[in-house]
Design a protein around this ligand. Structure first.
Ligand code: HEC
Length: 148
């Protein structure tokens, strides 16, 4: 009996420290390590042309929670925007924590626009190439309000 318990203990330590779990946080991190590639200049210079009105924030929320295809943002970035959606912490690198001002202050509107439109190669962030530009801009307003 003792042997079995000992074995289970060792096995679980080996399991949880195995490389499969390396670098995978179990809760939102802030500041969050960020190694994302820079958007090309033609994107990074863009600024949000739309004012953040109630109506637009509502549209952004709809897309984030419900409508964006192929998969809605909340599944990775979480309903609270902290990156803890059911696929968010598992991803490597993990999904961006929009509530973390320290990390988000370095990400320009244009950088976000590029990331949402084209996805981020080599990460779980998918491209949303079917969204209209205005839909991406209202999403960006919505994403930013998590940090306020
Ligand atoms: C399948 C998971 C997944 C979904 C769905 C997803 N994202 Fe992401 N997203 C990620 C990951 C992972 C990263 C971090 C990539 C990195 O560190 O380079 C990320 C990063 C970002 C960033 C930060 C880019 C940067 O330069 O740091 C923004 C903005 C973003 N996502 C917006 C969205 C929006 C808006 C949606 C919905 C329309 C969405 N994401 C849907 C996984 C996802």
């Amino acid at each position: 009996m003792k042997k079995t318990i000992y074995f289970l203990l060792v096995a679980s330590v080996v399991f949880w420290t195995s490389p499969v779990f390396a670098d995978k946080p179990d809760k939102a991190q802030c500041p969050q390590k960020r190694t994302t590639k820079k958007a090309p200049v033609k994107f990074s210079k863009l600024t949000n042309p739309l004012e953040a009105t109630e109506k637009r924030l509502k549209k952004g929320e709809e897309l984030y929670m419900d409508k964006a295809q192929p998969i809605q943002c909340l599944h990775c970035h979480g309903a609270r925007g902290d990156g803890t959606g059911e696929l968010g912490l598992q991803a490597n690198p993990p999904a961006r924590n929009f509530t973390c001002a320290e990390t988000m202050k370095n990400i320009s509107d244009g950088q976000m626009f590029w990331a949402i439109k084209n996805g981020i190669e080599g990460t779980a962030m998918p491209p949303f190439s079917n969204l209209e530009d205005w839909q991406i801009w209202v999403l960006i307003h919505y994403v930013r309000q998590f940090g306020k």
